[in-house]
Structures are given as structure tokens and as C-alpha cells.
Design a protein around this ligand. Structure first.
Ligand code: HEC
Length: 300
């Protein structure tokens, strides 16, 4: 009986630690490779992305100072971390797990590869393998036009490219819309496929604060970078909510300068001052009349 209990306990322990450590990446994803050679520029870009998005948990690579989370984030320079294939790193960064958030909507595909190139720069044994060149490149000079259809509250993206010397619509291409924020890009809605005219319509984010005119800095990008390469365009459109920042010292408030204090505060203060001085004055008057009375007594 005791033996059986121990066996069950041991089994539980082992299965627990396995599920906490093993992060299984689907077979088809493991062999994924970047379709370009990592350069110094990629590593530099990856370094700045890592510093803003990953350092808080993973620490500085090679310093062994990741945040003590369970399961541990791991130091990117460690052998366990570097034991991941490029495809496994790509998958884990894109999907996330547990306390590590997914970076699918925050980083573009090339930004993920930039981070991987940075992570690999801490592994002297690493030799990069590059994916075979993409097959579908019948278009040249791919271009995305962005316009705002204000009455329909829609943002229209039109994708075209040069094919056999003619500008033609690119149909059935996945496209995504992002808005530039302080801490990276925020994807708006889902990825949409272009129609037969090469057009994709996104609904305008009317609840997203822009500047005083509701202007937002938008980026559209073709999702399938392997097929099309990096195709993106940027535009500033009045697709958001007009938003005017109000200064904290514009109105009368407790924390403002004396002149801009709330009226009730000024009144209370003046009234208090008046009462205090009034009382002192009253006492002086009383003293004077006592003195007078004394004088009259003396005269009698
Ligand atoms: C909020 C904390 C946090 C942030 C931010 C974070 N991670 Fe993680 N990361 C973790 C944790 C925790 C794990 C372990 C997850 C698990 O095993 O379930 C992990 C695991 C990983 C792994 C798998 C490591 C291995 O040994 O297999 C990779 C790769 C990774 N993170 C890359 C990144 C990159 C790149 C970034 C920034 C773009 C990032 N992480 C940002 C917490 C974080």
C-alpha cells in the first residue's frame, strides 16, 4: 500500500516537473529558418528590442540575472536556451507561454528575427542556416496605399505591384494594420486578406486617442514576409479620437499656486483669519472697559 502511494507521488512529481520545463514546439515549426543572413544591423535592432521588451524578465544575456519566476525565464546566453533551434526560438517568442506574453501582435516578423540574431550573438558555436529563397516573386515594386474613408469610418489599404510591366492588384494577400505607440506597435483588429481589387478594409479605431485632430500614425504591412519580403507603408490619418491633453495646473485646484486655489479654500482661510483677529479685538475692547471701570471706582 505504502509503495503504491510513493509510486503515485513520484509519478506526480515527475509529470509536474516535465510539464513545467518542456515547452514542446510543433514539429513543422522547429525547422523554420530566417530567409536572410543575420547582419550587424539586425543584431543592433534586436538588441534595442530586447532591452525594451525582454530584459526585465530575462536579464542581461551572459550575466545570469533573469527574474526569479517559475518556470524560470532563463539566461539567453545559457546552453539550455541556445539549445533551441531558430524555429523553436521563433515559435516561443511569437506564441509565449504562461508569464511570458505572446509577442505576435507587438513585433513584426522581421523584428522577431532581429531579436533572434541578437540572442545568437551570445553563442560562439552558432552557425546560421538560411531558408531557401521564396518562390513567389512575380511582383516587383510592391506598394500599399492607405486612405481614410471618413464617412464609413474605415481605413482602406490597396496593395499593388508591377507584373509584366503593368501595375496590378495583389489579391489574397494577408495584410495587417498597426498603430505606432510609445512602446512599440499595436495591431488593430485581425489580419485581413485583400480582395480581387487588392483592397482590404479595416474599421477605424474611433475609441483610440490620437492628437487634437484624432490623427494616428498608422503602419500597414503584408503579413507573409517570406513570400513578399518586407512590404510596409506608413501614413498619418485622422482615424482616431480627437484628444487634447489638459494641463494639471490649468484649473483652480488644491495643488495649484495660491492665486489658483479653489474659491472655498480662499473663503475658509479669510473667514478663519477674520474670526481670529475679531476675537483679539473683542478681548482688547473688554480690557479697555475694565480699565475704565477701575478708573471710575478710584474717582469715587
Ligand atoms: C514577463 C516576463 C517575460 C518577458 C517580458 C519575456 N519573457 Fe521570455 N520567458 C519568460 C518565462 C517565465 C519563460 C519560461 C516559460 C515556460 O517555460 O513556460 C520564458 C521563456 C522564453 C524562451 C524559451 C527559453 C527556453 O529555454 O526554451 C524564449 C526563447 C524567450 N522566453 C524569449 C523572450 C524574448 C525574445 C522576449 C522579448 C521579446 C521575452 N522572452 C520576454 C518570461 C518573459
Amino acid at each position: 500500500m505504502k509503495k503504491l502511494l510513493y509510486t503515485i507521488l513520484l509519478g506526480l512529481l515527475i509529470s509536474n516537473s516535465i510539464s513545467a520545463q518542456d515547452w514542446i514546439v510543433p514539429g513543422a515549426q522547429k525547422g523554420k529558418l530566417a530567409n536572410f543572413e543575420f547582419s550587424e544591423t539586425n543584431i543592433e535592432s534586436g538588441s534595442s528590442i530586447f532591452l525594451t521588451n525582454c530584459r526585465t524578465c530575462h536579464g542581461i544575456p551572459g550575466e545570469g540575472n533573469p527574474m526569479p519566476l517559475v518556470p524560470p525565464p532563463g539566461d539567453p546566453a545559457d546552453t539550455k536556451f541556445q539549445g533551441n533551434s531558430d524555429g523553436e526560438l521563433y515559435y516561443k517568442i511569437r506564441e509565449g507561454r504562461g508569464q511570458m506574453a505572446s509577442f505576435k501582435k507587438v513585433m513584426t516578423i522581421s523584428q522577431v528575427w532581429d531579436v533572434i540574431s541578437y540572442l545568437r550573438s551570445f553563442n560562439s558555436d552558432y552557425i546560421q542556416r538560411v531558408a531557401a529563397p521564396a518562390t513567389d516573386n512575380r511582383w516587383t515594386d510592391l506598394n500599399i496605399g492607405l486612405t481614410l474613408l471618413s464617412s464609413e469610418h474605415q481605413i482602406r489599404a490597396e496593395v499593388s505591384g508591377m507584373e509584366d510591366g503593368n501595375r496590378t492588384p495583389v489579391t489574397g494577400a494577408e495584410i495587417r494594420l498597426m498603430v505606432k505607440r510609445k512602446f512599440g506597435n499595436l495591431q488593430l483588429g485581425e489580419v485581413i486578406m485583400t480582395d480581387l481589387e487588392g483592397i482590404a478594409l479595416f474599421s477605424a479605431p474611433l475609441d483610440l486617442p490620437g492628437d487634437e485632430e484624432g490623427n494616428l500614425s498608422l503602419i500597414v504591412q503584408l503579413n507573409d514576409e517570406e513570400k513578399f519580403g518586407l512590404v510596409l507603408s506608413e501614413a498619418v490619418l485622422a482615424a482616431g479620437m480627437p484628444f487634447t491633453p489638459v494641463s494639471l495646473t490649468a484649473e483652480r485646484a488644491m495643488w495649484n499656486i495660491n492665486k489658483k486655489a479653489p474659491i472655498w479654500l480662499i473663503l475658509t482661510y479669510c473667514l478663519g483669519l477674520l474670526t481670529a483677529w475679531g476675537f483679539i479685538f473683542y478681548v482688547m475692547l473688554q480690557l479697555k472697559s475694565i480699565y475704565k471701570l477701575g478708573k471710575e471706582e478710584e474717582n469715587h
